[in-house]
Design a protein around this ligand. Structure first.
Ligand SMILES: Nc1nc2c(ncn2[C@@H]2O[C@H](COP(=O)(O)OP(=O)(O)OP(=O)(O)O)[C@@H](O)[C@H]2O)c(=O)[nH]1
Ligand SMILES: [Mg+2]
Length: 416
């Protein structure tokens, strides 16, 4: 099944825990601390796979995780760093944060890659907390935990030329005639259920062509295959509007219907140049063609996808227009980033019971190191609060001896 939109959950790896350990050997009763650091968690990376054309491997609501960092161990053994998780998406995939809808990346070029989530930092082993005053630290640091996030992947096909038209107009037949693509062709509407891509080569030029599923009246409001596929037209530089001129029905009305839906969906599509391809001239009434030409102004080519008549002129026209257009470019946006928080930031607020509540990145980092009943650990923690400016801020906030300080789910009494 063709899927061009998927909401998935991604999580980088948590940092591994640092280890508390002391060197022991026969005849060496009091070896120093030798607890190793935890490994870093793996990142979540998104990369372009040029061969992919759909997001179908991303099932809606699926959870994807990078590997956690391994825990450190004795003899200063560092925990293993977690493997990155690499998700491959087709070119043209726009990645958004599901909550804010902010754009994280537009995977526009073949070699695009973006690290969406960073893995947690491994905790430090107790060997790292050794100092001249603290010879045998009995504590280590836990690994940094990271959050799971929801992102929406949305494929917006990138092509030089988009073929649009009513169902059955002959778009897929034309794609097959212009390129080596091999789309399904049949004499009933809605044969094409997903955009097909092909490359059209001329002597010294080539351009990509996308066959967009048929549009009908009301498509912009969801009729037929609806607006589901309209977004694949947004990023085409030139539209070839395929009109079936063989029918006795009104080709002029067909033409306006499709344009109305396009412009209703996105008024900016009015600025995309359009070439009209009157198709199926092999079985058209000459009157029909003349009437169309009288009623519609624009660049019109008479073609037959079936007999290939008129295709050379159409290709030349497309080439000529494309050469005048600015090169294609990704969406312009202010990239959304997770966790661009200063690791040394903290906040102090007062709880209803008067306690001073500490929170923020610095506090969370330190909290991974405190073992409240370990005197060394607690002293280390206090020292860090001082160095980080927290103690000073607490004093400014009016703290006095005997007041309660609360951190996450632990609390202690403040002493001058
Ligand atoms: N006689 C004639 N028949 C054509 C021509 N082009 C396409 N057809 C026929 O028209 C029918 C529809 O062609 P498709 O290429 O599947 O049309 P489409 O626009 O892709 O249709 P959807 O995918 O349903 O939107 C098929 O039976 C084709 O063989 C043409 O130039 N001349
Ligand atoms: Mg088709």
């Amino acid at each position: 099944m063709f899927i061009d939109r998927a909401k998935i959950y991604i999580k980088a790896g948590d940092g591994g825990d640092g280890c508390t350990s002391f060197y022991t050997e026969k005849y060496v009763p009091n070896g120093g601390p030798d607890g190793g650091d935890g490994g870093d968690g793996g990142n979540v990376v998104i990369k372009v796979n040029d061969n992919a054309t759909s997001l179908s491997e991303f099932r809606f609501g699926k959870h994807y995780r990078a590997e956690n960092g391994g825990n450190g161990s004795g003899k200063n053994r560092h925990g293993k760093n977690g493997q990155d998780l690499v998700l491959y998406v087709p070119r043209g995939t726009v990645v958004r944060d599901a909550d804010s809808n902010g754009i994280i990346a537009d995977m526009y070029y073949s070699d695009d890659q973006v690290t969406v989530l960073r893995g947690g930092i491994g905790g430090k082993g107790n060997a790292r907390f050794k100092s001249s005053r603290r010879q045998a630290p009995g504590f280590s640091q836990k690994g940094e935990p990271v959050k799971e996030r929801a992102v929406v992947l949305e494929l917006k096909t990138i092509a030089d030329v988009g073929l649009v038209g009513l169902p059955n107009a002959g778009k897929s037949t034309l794609l097959a005639a212009l390129t080596r693509a091999n789309p399904k062709i049949a004499s009933y509407p809605f044969t094409t259920l997903s955009p097909n891509l092909g490359v059209c080569y001329t002597d010294d030029f080539s351009f990509t062509v996308a066959d967009i599923p048929g549009l009908i009246e009301g498509a912009a409001d969801g009729a037929g295959l609806g607006h589901k596929f309209l977004r694949h037209i947004d990023r085409t530089r030139l539209i070839i509007h395929v009109v079936d001129i063989s029918t006795y029905e009104d080709a002029i009305a067909d033409y306006s219907t499709v344009n109305d839906e396009l412009f209703k969906y996105n008024p900016e599509l009015k600025n995309v140049p359009q070439i009209i391809a009157l198709n199926k001239i092999d079985c058209a009434q000459p009157d029909n063609i003349a009437r169309f030409r009288n009623a519609v102004s624009g660049e019109i080519y008479e073609i037959s996808g079936a007999t290939h008549s008129g295709l050379a002129a159409l290709i030349r026209a497309a080439e000529k227009t494309l050469k005048t257009l600015p090169p294609p470019s990704p969406i312009e946006f202010e990239p959304f980033r997770y966790e661009e928080i200063d690791p040394n930031s903290f906040e102090i607020c007062r709880a209803d019971d008067g306690a001073f509540v500490l929170s923020g990145a610095l506090i969370e980092k330190l909290a991974r190191t405190v073992v409240l009943d370990d005197r060394d650990s607690f002293m280390y923690f206090q020292r860090r609060l001082e160095v980080g400016g927290v103690t000073k801020s607490l004093k400014k906030a009016g703290i006095k001896s005997g007041d309660i300080v609360r951190i996450l789910d632990t609390e202690f009494t403040y002493e001058e």
